[in-house]
Design a protein around this ligand. Structure first.
Ligand SMILES: Cc1cc2nc3c(=O)[nH]c(=O)nc-3n(C[C@H](O)[C@H](O)[C@H](O)COP(=O)(O)O)c2cc1C
Length: 432
């Protein structure tokens, strides 16, 4: 292709053949906690792409949306440890957990329409007091609920496939890991080869993605395109035909097409959908995303998971002194009942009235994600304002997911299509 053809190239020139499905090669990434809602995933599916729901804090999500009471039951059962920091006895009821997952997936899959697919994002770092058992319950619940695909994220998932090798859908459901290096991919493939269950795709997430990052403090030294090139070369060498999906900082259809031209099967995107109607963030938070400036971004060590997380600096979660909520939530508790926030909370002094001072260094991710207080986002969040209109009252016009999806699919020349304005332009209004 010459230079002009390159800028005219678009995502719609490509398709991703996944088993019997011929997909528009756009995947909306999982965004927990219920930021990538069923509605968002269903839109991608209806338009011929792939949408993810997320199973982060799935009992809480099931309670909020489907009138169940798993969180209350857990909280009451473990009432005795509420005032201490010893959480060794706080465990999930595995049948409740499987049921919550089943609810979430079924309520989504029952409404599925169109030629695409619905996947679920399952994070290994949600260790939930019993890492193997709770992960098994979530994976089984998702497959029982009829999910099309499972994306294994936030961890190396060395033992995850083995947990469900006996499930009747183990070889029919699509499965793919998220990796940030060829090394992580090799580790995953070793386990997969042992079970003769190779992944159906691999998502390669670079350092500009939203959520937790699979990099250390040196994340600036890496770039997505080089990692994707390295992984494509490795797969070619090994004669492994595994579709590769780059993710992180792919902001325009032209960016996306450039990866497809390189040999990627599809792209995974997320941040641009945070200001859509279908996104689960509250309306005021969508405005907080839309107004972000580059200087508002931080890659922070506040997550108890140990992974860096990209956040907006004005996220309400910072400097809070909230009491640990492990009895109700506890999604990050280790097998031994520890969490880095528990330690940070315990080490925080009280003021002269006996009130805890703001906890430094860590945040209670469970509590704050449940309240949408952690404004995690991809690096290019500050370009969201260029994708929509500013309204007369200073707010930004919220988009539809269909608009953003189609813009990724059809745009050329690095353009971003603006939506039809909700309001007449200011000058025209003044003339009337
Ligand atoms: C608000 C938000 C929440 C996210 N939550 C998760 C998550 O729970 N698990 C996960 O694996 N990735 C998560 N991600 C990462 C996305 O799935 C996706 O891979 C990445 O953000 C793509 O880059 P982009 O946002 O620059 O398009 C999140 C991203 C955003 C923006």
């Amino acid at each position: 292709m010459d230079a002009r053809d390159l800028s005219e190239d678009k995502v719609d020139n490509y398709r991703w053949q996944l088993g019997r499905l011929e997909l528009v090669p756009i995947v909306i990434g999982g965004m927990g906690v219920d930021i990538s809602t069923s509605e968002l995933a269903l839109t991608a599916c209806r338009l011929g792409g792939v949408g993810h729901i997320s199973d982060a804090m799935v009992q809480h999500v099931s309670d909020r949306k489907y009138d169940t009471h798993f969180t209350k039951a857990k909280s009451e059962k473990h009432r005795g440890t509420r005032d201490g920091i010893d959480k060794t006895t706080v465990k999930f009821d595995l049948e409740h957990l499987r049921q919550a997952q089943l609810n979430h997936v079924r309520h989504t899959m029952d409404r599925k329409q169109g030629p695409g697919a619905i996947f679920i994002n399952v994070m290994e770092k949600l260790t939930m007091g019993a890492p193997g058992d709770t992960l098994r319950a979530r994976l089984a619940g998702a497959m029982d609920g009829g999910i099309d695909g499972i994306t294994l994220s936030a961890g190396l998932h060395i033992g995850s496939l083995k947990l469900v090798e006996d499930h009747p859908r183990f070889r029919d459901v699509k499965i793919g890991p998220i990796v940030s290096s060829v090394r992580a991919l090799k580790i995953f493939l070793k386990g997969a080869a042992r079970l003769k269950r190779m992944p159906d795709y691999v998502i390669v997430e670079g350092p500009l993605a939203g959520g937790h990052l699979g990099f250390g403090d040196d994340w600036r030294d890496y770039d997505l395109r080089s990692i994707v090139a390295e992984i494509l070369a490795f797969l070619r060498e090994e004669k492994l035909d595994i579709p590769v999906l780059p993710a992180g900082g792919i902001f325009t259809g032209t960016d996306a097409a450039s990866y497809l031209r390189m040999g990627a099967a599809a792209v995974q995107v997320a941040t641009r959908f945070t200001i859509t109607e279908e996104c689960g963030l509250p309306a005021r938070v969508k405005q907080d995303y839309a107004r972000a400036r580059e200087e508002d971004l931080v890659v922070s060590g506040v997550s108890p998971t140990g992974y860096p997380i990209r956040l907006l600096s004005y996220s309400p979660c910072f400097d809070s002194n909230i009491k640990p909520q492990c009895e109700a939530f506890g999604y990050l508790l280790s097998r031994e009942g520890t969490c880095a926030y528990l330690d940070a909370y315990d080490a925080t002094p009280v003021d002269e009235k006996g009130h805890k001072l703001p906890v430094q260094g860590k945040v209670c991710l469970c509590y704050h994600f449940s309240k949408f207080n952690c404004y995690t986002c991809g690096h290019y969040v500050y370009r969201l304002k260029d994708t929509t209109h500013r309204l007369a009252d200073g707010r930004y016009q919220i988009l539809t997911a269909t608009h953003v999806f189609r813009d990724y699919q059809f745009s050329t020349g690095n353009h971003v299509a603006l939506p039809a304005p909700l309001e007449a332009p200011a000058a025209a209004t003044a003339d009337q």
